[in-house]
Design a protein around this ligand. Structure first.
Ligand SMILES: [Zn+2]
Ligand SMILES: [Zn+2]
Length: 281
């Protein structure tokens, strides 16, 4: 029996701040959103501004839309597009929003919080589609049905976060963003991405920017990693393709081309995420 299609589409590849404009036109300016489509099964990672265009695409289909949306954490660049996600306004559509369990506010409260009347005219509860919430603790393992398995691991990031791995019929993609490396290779993330086909990794900074060389102030403790650390990690875990992701708002197209070229010299199976890029597994 032929395997089901397994496709990864990048709708937003930026970190921190949307930066549209002439200087980011080739890599894109929208914040984090990645679609994983396995046959009919729709999985979305993060709801940054990239989710707007994904929504526009999904509403072209007359059939009801059903999907699982996994949020790494509720920093703005990972949720700010959700109020503009058109399929969530259509009755009959159904989404489950997954996010990290917190002790101070529930995940649902945090998602609804950006849509209180003072911030946005429509509340999340009155968007129209059926929206369920599911809180996750890192390390939890989910079965989405049809042989699709989701695994989670904790991120090293201010106020925490979760990375996700999808496995289906022997193929796998990991979405590991908003996490800072340690001075040693994190054994939890290493075993989490072990032998994965595709690893989308937080390469917000270069090593120079991170360490504060060449006059940059150090970015230690900001919760992000570098492409150099991404390569170390992927090699240690014997994973395959590395996708550089969560591009810093201050890296323009020229910077990104240099970063991608430098990274490929060290690890050839590597690409910098671009808006609209599709990778079939
Ligand atoms: Zn971010
Ligand atoms: Zn963050």
């Amino acid at each position: 029996m032929p395997k089901e299609s397994f496709q990864v589409t990048f709708w937003g590849v930026r970190g921190s701040l949307p930066v549209p404009g002439a200087e980011t036109i080739r890599f894109g300016g929208n914040t984090s959103c990645v679609q994983v489509q396995i046959g009919e099964q729709l999985i979305i990672f993060d709801g940054g501004t990239g989710i707007y265009k994904l929504g526009q695409q999904l509403v072209k289909n007359p059939a009801p839309v059903k999907g699982d949306i996994f949020i790494t954490h509720t920093h703005w660049d990972h949720i700010q597009g959700f109020p503009f996600f058109s399929p969530a306004f259509i009755p009959g559509n159904r989404f489950t929003l997954y996010g990290p369990a917190k002790t101070d506010n529930t995940f649902a409260e945090l998602m609804k919080g950006q849509m209180v009347y003072q911030h946005f005219p429509v509340s999340l509860d009155s968007m129209g589609a059926g929206i369920d919430f599911c809180e996750l603790d890192s390390g939890e393992d989910l079965d989405l049905g049809n042989g699709v398995r989701i695994r989670t691991v904790h991120n090293n990031h201010p106020n925490g976060g979760i990375s996700y791995r999808v496995d289906h019929e022997g193929r796998s993609v990991c979405y590991v963003t908003d996490t800072e490396h340690y001075e040693y290779i994190d054994p939890d993330i290493k075993s989490f991405i072990s032998q994965a086909d595709l690893v989308i990794y937080d390469t917000h900074f270069t090593d120079d920017e991170y360490h504060g060389y060449e006059g940059y102030p150090t970015k230690k403790g900001w919760g992000h990693s570098t492409w150099q650390e991404g390569i170390k990690l992927i090699e240690a875990a014997e994973a395959k393709k590395l996708v550089l992701f969560h591009h810093a708002n201050f890296h323009n197209d020229k910077d990104m081309e240099t970063i991608e070229k430098d990274a490929r010299k060290r690890y050839s199976d590597c690409v910098a995420a671009r808006e609209g890029m599709v990778i079939a597994l």
